[in-house]
Design a protein around this ligand. Structure first.
Ligand SMILES: [Zn+2]
Ligand SMILES: [Zn+2]
Length: 357
């Protein structure tokens, strides 16, 4: 019996491969690599996978992402010096690096059972979300949610436009797939936004509700079946803004209140006579009459302070008038007032704002 020695390490072995023991051959000659340009592509709308052409896929977005990394990789693995390799690929990790980019870590294991050779390699394959030509044609009509913005009947054109722009900005700034507005309809008392992403629609409606207050109603409607027989719903978010806005003066049980804050269902009020702040719910004061708005404000200058009597100069009519007030006011300061039925009322002053009275 002839003894065979590995030319590299000198180890004696029954069978040598090109003069090397399997260990040395494995280390020195076997090479496994993957084309660096390998990358996958998935349609973000229907989850079709692109490899040479678009192929439909049934499964979740995560599954499609892994599958796209697999198909892009499996035909681009180069193995040197293994006669009959068997290749196994396993997904180790899928991470999202941006709303439209994923990085899939794959483990590639190449084996030759007969020669007792095995090589393992981890590769990171980028997968990009795109839109397939079929979906491209229908994307302009695609939407998951409708945002119905209501309660704008009595707002000024400027205010309406400001609110519309705020809604649009809130939707488009959501870091989500499909955050596009496929249609905007102007209707009486508001707008309908057709939004590609239901999640973006929900978040942006809440942003506006915090900013302007209002009532929110959510409803959903079945509109079809997904690829896996999953029911698909379209969600409608109806946000009805209150008739009044910050700065309006309302009358409640014979008392005048300045609206100083609106957040969701909460309203901050300032009692113009008692000069005290309080909070209430939107529902409680919703039906109250608006008696003045910011455009009705009259600027006035404090010209004299004597005990609890204050003299002010109406800057519109250049007329002085007196108010009985028990608060600290500085001569020369400018304040906002309103005049209702020939009576002046001082609005919440900056000083009162600071001290939270
Ligand atoms: Zn050896
Ligand atoms: Zn598609």
């Amino acid at each position: 019996m002839t003894r065979k020695f590995c030319v590299s390490c000198g180890k004696a072995e029954k069978e040598l491969i090109s003069g090397l023991c399997s260990e040395c051959f494995n280390r020195e000659k076997v090479k496994v690599s993957v084309d660096r340009k390998v990358k996958g592509m998935v349609c973000r709308n229907c989850f079709s996978i692109y490899y040479k052409r678009w192929n439909s896929f049934s499964g979740s977005l995560d599954e499609a992402t892994v599958e796209a990394a697999f198909v892009a990789t499996e035909n681009n693995i180069y193995v040197e010096n293994i006669k009959e390799p068997t290749t196994g690929i396993e997904a180790l990790e899928v991470i999202s690096t941006s709303p439209r980019d994923y990085l899939v870590t794959l483990n590639i294991r190449v084996k030759d059972e007969k020669q007792n050779i095995e090589r393992s390699l981890d590769v990171k394959v980028p997968v990009k979300l795109s839109i397939c030509p079929t979906c491209q044609r229908s994307v302009s009509r695609y939407y998951e949610a409708i945002v119905q913005l209501r309660g704008l009947e009595k707002k000024s054109p400027d205010e309406k436009e400001k609110i519309r722009a705020a809604m649009e900005k809130a939707i488009l700034s959501q870091n989500d797939l499909n955050t596009f507005i496929s249609e905007l309809k102007k209707i009486r008392g508001g707008y309908d936004f057709y939004v590609g992403s239901a999640k973006a629609a929900r978040k942006s409606v809440n942003i506006l509700r915090v900013k302007y207050g209002g009532f929110l109603k959510e409803s959903s409607k079945l509109f079809g079946m997904g690829k896996n027989g999953k029911e698909l719903y379209r969600i409608t978010y109806l946000l009805r803004l209150p008739e009044f806005s910050i700065g309006n003066i309302i009358e409640n049980m014979g008392k005048l209140y300045q609206i100083t804050g609106l957040k969701g269902n909460l309203v901050s009020l300032f009692d113009l006579k008692e000069r005290r702040s309080s909070g209430t719910s939107l529902a409680k004061i919703e039906k109250n009459k608006i008696v003045a708005e910011k455009k009705d404000y009259i600027k006035a200058i404090i010209t004299e302070v004597r005990n609890d009597e204050v003299q002010l100069l109406d800057m519109q009519e250049y007329k002085t008038f007196y108010l009985h007030l028990n608060i600290a006011l500085k001569i020369g300061n400018e304040v906002n007032t309103i005049k209702l039925n020939d009576t002046y009322y001082l609005l919440k002053t900056e000083e009162e704002d600071k001290h939270g009275h």
